[in-house]
Design a protein around this ligand. Structure first.
Ligand code: ADP
Length: 293
């Protein structure tokens, strides 16, 4: 939420946003579960121009050991933005922003994972932002949640996340980068859909009370839709195809009966028409054309 001026109008005269979306419209989202072979669970999320990969390992032994909690598991999420994920190369490695996002994501998952079932262990969650276009913490949470379910980590529920905000005095759902950078407010939010409990609620910028209610309403609607997508992605991975009736292999067709060698030679499609018949002498070689003496 930079608050910097945009080079063009972010809300057009027809009320639509400059990318053509209505104020309450999300960017296209696709979620794929189980994309990595070596992780215990994984997911890939494409959300507008965001591309985020999440991998989960565990529950497994904690290293270093002094981090172990004898009463429960710990969830260690690491959010990382690749150097090539933004238009100007990002300095690799952790910075304050990525540490903050890693912390809020770890805390969100500690509230849904049944951590008390796995004392002294860690559940490691890696979130790699391959392409960033605003809303990456929400895309990361959404992807990691599917990856945790894919790993079979017991959880109270999946976590969907989304950020609505305010642009040129209009409340809009799911900010893109230009809107995030030049808008007036940003409200990332994540909930436990079954209970409606908040797991993440951050606010950057200024909303009036009515604008805040509107942004939250947009988020709630978006979260419900994203939750359905998350479940659909998991169902797709584990879908089984079932036959309605018992399947019997079709009988193999018998080849036509062969009576004699002559028949074989006549009927064989591989045999060229001018080839010698069985018992016939091969045709004389044209010695001149072969260059022979
Ligand atoms: P989120 O990605 O969750 O919206 P921010 O509001 O902090 O988090 O960032 C908004 C967007 O700004 C990011 O998605 C990314 O496109 C861009 N951005 C963030 N950090 C950097 C950076 N270090 N260099 C370039 N662009 C960045």
């Amino acid at each position: 939420m930079g608050g910097t001026a945009s080079t063009h109008k972010l809300i057009r005269d027809d009320g639509k946003r400059y990318d053509g979306r209505a104020p309450d419209e999300l960017r296209p989202i696709t979620i794929q579960a189980g994309v990595l072979k070596r992780a215990d669970g994984s997911a890939f999320v494409k959300w507008g121009d965001n591309q985020v990969l999440a991998a989960v390992y565990g529950p497994r032994e904690v290293h270093p050991r002094h981090l172990q909690n004898p009463a429960r598991a710990i969830v260690q999420a690491r959010y990382n933005m690749a150097s090539f994920s933004v238009s100007e190369r990002k300095r690799p490695g952790p910075d304050r922003r990525s540490q903050e996002i890693s912390k809020i994501i770890s805390e969100a998952f500690e509230a849904v994972v049944f951590v008390e079932q796995y004392p002294r262990t860690t559940v490691d969650v890696f979130i790699e932002v391959l392409q960033a276009d605003a809303g990456t913490r929400c895309a990361g949470l959404t992807a990691a949640s599917v990856a945790l379910a894919d790993a079979g980590v017991p959880m109270r529920d999946l976590i969907p996340a989304c950020a609505s905000g305010k642009v040129e005095n209009t409340v809009v759902c799911d900010l893109n980068k230009e809107e995030d950078n030049c808008g007036e407010a940003d409200l990332p939010m994540a909930i436990i859909p079954r209970t409606g409990e908040f797991l993440l609620l951050q606010m950057d910028g200024h909303f009036t009370y009515d604008e805040l209610m509107q942004a939250m309403e947009y988020n709630f609607k978006a979260l419900n839709y994203i939750y359905q997508l998350q479940k659909e992605a998991l169902r797709k991975k584990y879908a089984t195809v079932q036959l309605e009736e018992p399947f019997v292999l079709p009988k193999r067709e018998e080849p036509p009966a062969v009576e004699s060698g002559a028949d074989v030679a006549r009927e064989s499609p591989a045999m060229p028409p001018d080839a010698p018949q069985p018992g016939e002498a091969p045709p004389e070689m044209d010695r001149e054309s072969q260059g022979g003496a």
